[in-house]
Design a protein around this ligand. Structure first.
Ligand SMILES: Cc1cc2nc3c(=O)[nH]c(=O)nc-3n(C[C@H](O)[C@H](O)[C@H](O)COP(=O)(O)OP(=O)(O)OC[C@H]3O[C@@H](n4cnc5c(N)ncnc54)[C@H](O)[C@@H]3O)c2cc1C
Length: 286
């Protein structure tokens, strides 16, 4: 199918994009890499009158070091984030997740901000950004505000970005020296996970000193596995040390049941994948 007819604007500044959003209100839709929006338009699940393409706003692209955080511009493509040395050094969990996100073609078009704004509960970037305590920088008519990750993901395909706002950047607090791993379970390569687990751990002398665990597709939003994080602290970074903590991965979750698996299956997967993710992040064997 082809999309319903729409008008198209390609502003070169965020201010112009915001002015267009203000003018067209809920008749407008932001276009980033188009990897989620275009299928929606083609299936006519949405028919905006105006599409505002952020592709020419160069200030929204790129990765930079900002002291205690790495800042990723919203329009930075997945492929750029995945190969960026600053992200790899200071926010390795994000690099690991991007490695597993879709295929090379989609990683070259799709953007970091677009995927996070889309807020698909099966999307691969929510759990790692939540686990790292990312800050989401959104700009609107009255200026810029920063939303912490645990307030950004509101519900299924819903974020804290207002209708008159644009996500401009994501700040990733530095976790330099932490071990990281993203364990994704799929039935078909290059697809969204049935369940995935993002784990970052800091190991000191063979003992887990700090842990941050995010879960993908275990509820309507990405979730932190707080019970596992607490149980891991002080444990030896070994299979025996991690197993019991990982068994708490499904606590407080509300996973969906669908053709890929029911809720109980997902709860079981979460515990298995958490154990694997933590052990790999900690550089442990067995
Ligand atoms: C075949 C296929 C397989 C895929 N597999 C995976 C996968 O395994 N894992 C995964 O995580 N993703 C997967 N994706 C989705 C991919 O990650 C997309 O890149 C992403 O969901 C959307 O990013 P985008 O830049 O293309 O945004 P778009 O499609 O352009 O926009 C998505 C939504 O976000 C809004 N939006 C975009 N940018 C902004 C902004 N800066 N501010 C406010 N609102 C904004 C748009 O209005 C739209 O509603 C897949 C997609 C396809 C087509």
């Amino acid at each position: 199918m082809i999309p319903a007819q729409f008008d198209y604007l390609a502003p070169t500044t965020v201010e112009e994009a915001l002015a267009a959003l203000a003018q067209h209100g809920d008749e407008a839709k932001i276009l980033a890499g188009g990897q989620s929006l275009l299928p929606v338009l083609r299936m006519r699940l949405n028919a905006p009158e105006m599409v505002i393409d952020l592709g020419k706003i160069t200030s929204l692209r790129g990765v930079r070091d900002d002291g205690d955080a790495i800042v990723v511009g919203a329009m930075t493509q997945h492929s750029v984030v995945g190969s960026d040395p600053l992200v790899a050094e200071h926010a390795a969990l994000v690099s690991k997740a991007v490695e597993h996100l879709a295929d090379a073609q989609i990683r070259h078009r799709g953007t970091f901000g677009g995927a996070l704004a889309h807020a698909d509960p099966a999307g691969d970037l929510g759990a790692p950004t939540l686990a790292l305590g990312a800050q989401f920088v959104v700009q609107g008519p009255s200026g810029t505000r920063t939303v912490p990750a645990d307030e950004f993901f509101v519900d299924l395909f819903e974020t804290a970005i207002g209708e008159d706002e644009i996500l401009v950047a994501v700040r990733l607090p530095k976790h330099t020296g932490w071990g990281a791993h993203y364990e994704k379970f799929v039935r078909v390569a290059h697809q969204w996970p049935i369940v995935a687990v993002a784990a970052a751990v800091r190991v000191e002398g063979g003992t887990i000193a700090e842990a941050r665990i995010g879960l993908t597709n275990m509820g309507s939003t990405p979730m932190r596995a707080h019970a596992v994080e607490q149980a891991l602290v002080g444990q030896p970074a070994t299979a025996d040390g991690v197993r019991e903590a990982a068994s708490r991965a499904a606590e407080g979750t509300n996973p969906p049941s669908d053709l890929n698996g029911d809720a109980d299956y997902r709860r079981h997967l979460a515990t298995v994948l958490t154990r694997r993710a933590v052990l790999t992040a900690a550089g442990a064997t067995g």
